[in-house]
Design a protein around this ligand. Structure first.
Ligand SMILES: [Zn+2]
Length: 341
């Protein structure tokens, strides 16, 4: 917790005005812009949102921390090369005391570094992220007839820690929502007796190029042939005694008689069987289809077809931005080498 005495910090952060503007000479053109009018062109912000408030406070707290750092610019940081003349050495290894030229270079460098720190502070202060925050602070001060907003003049919380907690809670809520959505989908499919055949029919209707569905393999089973890749997969539904429908669709590769499955086929089958949504036949059919162009599909991570071990990208990862409302739902997959996954 960073509690600062009231005397060390402004009681409330106030936008930089003419009197508080840090004057820096030799600025690059265009950097000496006056702070823009409150709300001028800034996107609307929802000030009812707890996360918005906390993240704004975290930014202000960070700015204040930087102010304390910048207080040391004059004189200590600027004159650092002078402070220990006898033992300090420049980048060339020559002592500053031995060479006035090196001392001057050291002072130049210190000045440049500190000016850059001030510039960076200024652009954060005036930047687009803080613009709506300052506008909000100003309007609140106006509303309270110029009364300062912070009653104690101290930070009472570490807002970056609080922000992280809130974001974590938000993420857990989203994960929970996705889990519930999946349970609903799963129950819907599993409760219909012949549901899986309708899914196969709908997949066949889509006429996915290079993919053939071979039916009539017996109850709860079918085969898929990938024509370009020359691989046939056998799919079998395993039911759970307690629940209706299929609990999991299991994949095996079906090499022609007299040939054992290749290492590549085995690694594809392994990836298919370690997928999420094991109950979802539509997901599995899309995932298998994504292997048809195997010999032309490059890895999304290294952008290469084969890796150093001359292996193709045999890993498939579902793309996260899947619209769940679309019917029938189509899943897209990224290809990766096992070494890049
Ligand atoms: Zn790769």
């Amino acid at each position: 917790m960073s509690a600062v005495p009231a005397s060390a910090a402004p009681a409330a952060p106030v936008p930089m005005t003419e009197t508080t503007t840090i004057k820096v000479e030799n600025q690059a053109p265009g950097t000496q812009e006056a702070p823009q009018a409150a709300n001028g062109g800034a996107p609307p912000v929802n000030w009812e949102s707890e996360i918005q408030l906390v993240s704004s406070l975290a930014k202000l707290q960070e700015l204040e921390r930087k102010i304390h750092e910048l207080r040391h610019v004059v004189p200590s940081k600027l004159l650092e090369p002078l402070s220990s003349l006898s033992n300090q050495r420049g980048p060339s290894g020559i002592s500053y005391a031995d060479s006035p030229v090196h001392l001057r270079d050291g002072l130049d460098q210190a000045a440049r570094t500190q000016l850059a720190n001030i510039q960076s502070f200024k652009s954060t202060w005036q930047g687009p992220e803080l613009k709506p925050v300052w506008a909000h602070v100003e309007s609140r001060i106006k509303e309270s007839d110029g009364q300062i907003l912070q009653p104690t003049g101290m930070w009472e919380r570490d807002y970056d820690v609080l922000l992280e907690e809130l974001l974590q809670a938000e993420r857990s809520k989203e994960e929970e929502r996705l889990r519930e959505e999946e349970v609903t989908e799963r129950t819907k499919i599993q409760s219909s007796e012949r549901g899986w055949e309708a899914i196969v029919e709908s997949f066949i209707q889509r006429n996915v190029p290079g993919v053939r569905v071979i039916k009539g393999q017996g109850a709860l089973s079918l085969a898929i042939a990938l024509l370009k890749a020359g691989i046939i997969f056998h799919i079998e539904g395993l039911s759970d005694n307690d629940a209706p429908g299929v609990a999991e669709w299991h994949v095996s590769s079906k090499a022609p008689p007299g040939r054992v499955p290749t290492k590549m086929e085995n690694s594809i089958v392994e990836c298919l069987n370690s997928r999420s949504r094991k109950w979802d036949l539509a997901f599995l059919l899309d995932m298998i289809s994504s292997y048809d162009d195997l010999k032309q599909t490059t890895c999304v991570k290294c952008n290469k077809l084969t890796n150093n071990s001359a292996q193709l990208p045999t890993i498939r990862r579902v793309q996260s931005t899947q619209p769940s409302q679309q019917e029938p739902r189509v899943f897209a997959f990224d290809a990766l080498h096992s070494s890049c996954a």
